[in-house]
Design a protein around this ligand. Structure first.
Ligand code: HEC
Length: 162
């Protein structure tokens, strides 16, 4: 029937329009849901005394400060963590004591672990985010442990508070 065909053609744009509107609403809801669920994963809301406990235990299991000192030379950490004009990173001497205070409630071990594997989680005041972010891929868990063990042995005052 020609009349019926015309009716079907007239109702189609309205159907398409409501489908588009429904789709838009669905996408808006999805976006709002994703946005609202993000803060729960943000590092700032998950800092607690047990943070990194498992990987730290693995890393520190057989950690050797002497091996850590060699790795720090091998990986040229001192390219940035070196005293002198235009130094761009905090010095290591005395870092064991500073690390214990930097980011409560994180212990010195937890803070050092985070500084190496997730340097962007916390920035030392006065420094730029220049620390490479890929050490978690370049260093094995036990190498990270050696480095932490060495840094933990660097106690006492340094003339640089960072
Ligand atoms: C390209 C420069 C650069 C290199 C290379 C580098 N760092 Fe860093 N590092 C920084 C900067 C800048 C900061 C301070 C800003 C921040 O908190 O990320 C920092 C911060 C740190 C801190 C926290 C220091 C503190 O006083 O709180 C530790 C620990 C650290 N680095 C360890 C290392 C180790 C270990 C290596 C080598 C495996 C290394 N870094 C290589 C630039 C560098």
């Amino acid at each position: 029937m020609p009349g019926g065909e015309r009716t079907a053609l007239r109702t189609q744009p309205a159907l398409i329009l409501s489908a588009v509107l429904l789709g838009g609403v669905a996408i808006a809801f999805l976006g709002a849901f994703i946005f609202a669920s993000q803060p729960e994963d943000a590092p700032s809301s998950s800092i607690n005394a047990g943070l990194y406990a498992a990987p730290l235990a693995t890393a520190l299991a057989e950690a050797s400060p002497a091996a850590g000192e060699k790795l720090i030379a091998e990986y040229a950490c001192s390219a940035c963590h070196l005293a002198g004009e235009g130094r761009i990173a905090p010095l290591f001497p005395g870092i064991a004591d500073r690390a214990a205070e930097r980011r409560p409630p994180l212990s010195a071990e937890q803070y050092l672990y985070e500084s190496i594997v997730r340097p962007s989680a916390f920035l030392v005041l006065g420094y730029a985010a220049a620390m490479p972010i890929n050490y978690a891929d370049r260093l094995s868990p036990s190498e990270i442990g050696h480095i932490i063990a060495h840094l933990l042995s660097l106690k006492g005052d340094s003339n640089e508070g960072g």
